[in-house]
Structures are given as C-alpha cells and as structure tokens.
Design a protein around this ligand. Structure first.
Ligand SMILES: NCc1[nH]cc(CCC(=O)O)c1CC(=O)O
Length: 367
C-alpha cells in the first residue's frame, strides 16, 4: 500500500493517509495548561513548516498527574511524566510526544527516540516574590523567610548559599502555586520556579531576578522542549527537520549525557549550565563547529557538600557534545559526586520515611 493511497472510509482495510484533515498527525501531550501551551508551540511550528498537512493534539494522563498525594522524592520513578505517553506513541495513538525536556528520563524505552529539541527559553530558575513585597534578590530576603520550591536541586544549592532562609515544599500547577504565594496569610515570601514555565504561562512580569551560573545551576534540559518519536519513523523525522534547533540540541545533548553517566533523573541535585559560542555554520545554516562550555554540579541535600566542574571544548557534532557531558560527569565523580549521589540513593531507599517535609518534591511537579 503506497503512502499516497487515498483514505477509503467505507473500507477499513485501506489505511487512511496520514496528515489529511480526516486523519491528522497526532501530537501527544499531558493535559496541564503549560503542557498544552508547549504542544501548541510545536504544532504551530509544524504547521508553519508543512502548510499542506494537518496536525492535532491529544492529551494523555500520566502517573505523575494522577498520583498527587505521594511525594515525588519518595516515588523516585523516572518515567512518572512520560510512560503513558510513550505507550500511546508505540501503539500508534499519537505520532509524536511533546515534553518539557527536563522531565524526560535520559534513557528512553526501546523503540522511542528523541526526534528533535525545540529552541530553548531562558533555562534559568527565577525568584518570584510575594505580591506587595519589594525584594528583588535572594540576598534581599530577611532571615527566616520561607522560600517555596519542590525541587531537591534548588533546595540543595540554595541551602549552601543562603543558610538563613527556610525552604518549604510547594505543590500544584503554576497558577495554584502563584495563588499560594500571594495568599495574604500564606507562609511563603518567595518561590523559585523555572523562568521558562513562568514566561510561557504569561507570568514573566512577576520574575524579580534570575539565578545564574556559576553560583546557581539549572536542571538538565530545563527550558527546552523534547519531541519523542518512534524509532525508525522516517516520515516524522523528515517532518521534524526545521522544527528542532541545533544549538539547543547540542547543549542539551551534553547536559543529558552528563546526567546519564551520573545516573540521575530529574530528582537528584544535579545542576547544569551550557553555552555554545564561536559557532561556524555551512551554507544551509547547519552548525559545523562551535565552542561548547558545560558547567555541571552535584550538591548534597543539606547543601554541605558541593562539587562543580567546567569542561570547554570545540565540538563538531551532537555526538561530540555528548562526550563533553560524559567528561564533565567523570570529573564530578572524581571530585566526590559519586558518594553524594550514592548517599541520596540510600536515603531514598532505606530512610525514605524520614525525609523532611520540605525535601519531598524531587525536581517538582511538572506544570
Ligand atoms: N519542575 C517541573 C517542571 N517541569 C517543566 C517545567 C517548566 C520549565 C521547563 O520547561 O523547564 C517545570 C516547572 C518548574 O520547574 O518551575
């Protein structure tokens, strides 16, 4: 059956042509507001690149969305935000999945691959201060202020630099968290949230300041959108050309390779910051060479032990970018990251119930 055979609705034995109004390509997304904003970004890019094809979005509920009572830190499941979407992908119910890249485990299930990574928003974390308070930075916050975040990475790094602040878990989607912050009798003076999520949800005006490297490193993949496809789906690979962005693909390839070696998911206190400079491109604007700088860090949960390394190298492919990430992970392990992560693993397994309330959130609840 050739791909151009017209759909025959009266005869189910004749497969419908994909990409028509009657049988559009389906983008799989979680149902949250941010996930749908992101899926729409990708759908618009696909429609722009392929004006004659039809695309639609289908939402899939994932375990992380359903299981709201259990602390993520204790669940520790790496595919909490992706598994049901991947089942739908492999079953052919959806043709691609749009994810927040930071929620995508570094190892994908058999038959699934990352088809493209879309241009990144600002990857940093941001400080959002309670309405009516004039503080601009974490330095400005008075002793004992309660900072809401449900990410162990953020808490670990912040404890180190701001021992006078208190950190407390905050859950719910972004809009819920913002109303918890602004509630007059609420406990929080400020929240730490991803700049990207805030910007995409229209909350950028509430950002007081951004937390920057080298003092503070963001999550691996933060701010980027990852598009997952079926391995060997040549048609989709072809359609995704022009939707992905190489600078982001190389930077996030390095970050994810680092995390893969460290064997962490998004629920470990691993930080990253990556830049690509001196970029030279060929006539079709593909990058041929660039200087990649990756900063990586691992911090103990209480902030008392912190290792941080920087690797800078000229790279000529995403594959070479990965080796920069692996090199950075090796340097981190040599500097003691292994024992920090091991201790956290034991903590999660053996003493999970003793984890303090504020540490329960892992990297947090994806929006
Ligand atoms: N932690 C969950 C999560 N996963 C993705 C985003 C949105 C930002 C992004 O795409 O990285 C967020 C919210 C946040 O961390 O504040």
């Amino acid at each position: 059956m050739s791909a151009s055979t017209p759909a025959d609705e009266t005869n189910p034995a004749v497969p419908a042509v994909k990409g028509t109004q009657a049988n559009p390509f389906v983008l799989g997304s979680r149902a949250s507001k941010l996930a749908l904003i992101q899926a729409n970004l990708v759908m618009n890019a696909l429609r722009h690149a392929h004006p004659s094809l039809a695309f639609t979005i289908a939402t899939v509920s994932v375990e992380g969305d359903r299981n709201k009572s259990q602390a993520l830190y204790l669940l520790g499941g790496k595919s909490l935000w992706t598994k049901e979407l991947e089942v739908a992908l492999l079953d052919g119910e959806v043709d691609i999945i749009v994810h927040s890249l930071k929620d995508v485990p570094t190892t994908l299930p058999e038959g699934c691959v990352l088809g493209a990574v879309v241009a990144r928003e600002d990857p940093r974390d941001s400080l959002v201060v309670k309405e009516g308070l004039g503080y601009k930075t974490l330095q400005d916050l008075p002793e004992g202020s309660v900072v809401g975040t449900s990410s162990v990475r953020r808490v670990a790094q912040l404890r180190r630099s701001f021992p006078h602040l208190l950190f407390q878990d905050v859950r719910g989607n972004l809009d819920t968290r913002m109303s918890k912050l602004d509630a007059p009798s609420g406990p929080y003076t400020a929240l730490i949230l991803a700049h990207a999520g805030l910007a995409r949800m229209g909350w950028a005006h509430r950002i007081s300041s951004d937390l920057s490297a080298p003092e503070f490193l963001h999550a691996v993949g933060q701010g980027a959108l990852g598009i997952e496809v079926r391995e060997g789906d040549k048609r989709m690979e072809q359609l995704l050309k022009g939707v992905g962005e190489e600078t982001t693909e190389w930077c996030t390839a390095a970050e994810r390779a680092m995390l893969r070696v460290l064997e962490g998911g998004c629920s470990v206190p691993v930080g990253a910051a990556t830049s690509l400079q001196n970029i030279s491109s060929n006539e079709s604007e593909a990058i041929v060479q660039a200087k990649l700088t990756l900063q990586g860090s691992v911090t103990s949960l209480d902030g008392s032990v912190h290792v941080q390394k920087t690797v800078e190298r000229t790279v000529r492919s995403a594959q070479e970018a990965k080796s920069v990430g692996e090199e950075c992970a090796r340097l981190l392990v040599e500097a003691g990251a292994g024992s920090i992560l091991e201790e956290i693993g034991q903590d999660r397994q053996g003493r999970a119930e003793k984890v303090t309330e504020e540490m329960k959130g892992a990297e947090g609840v994806p929006q």
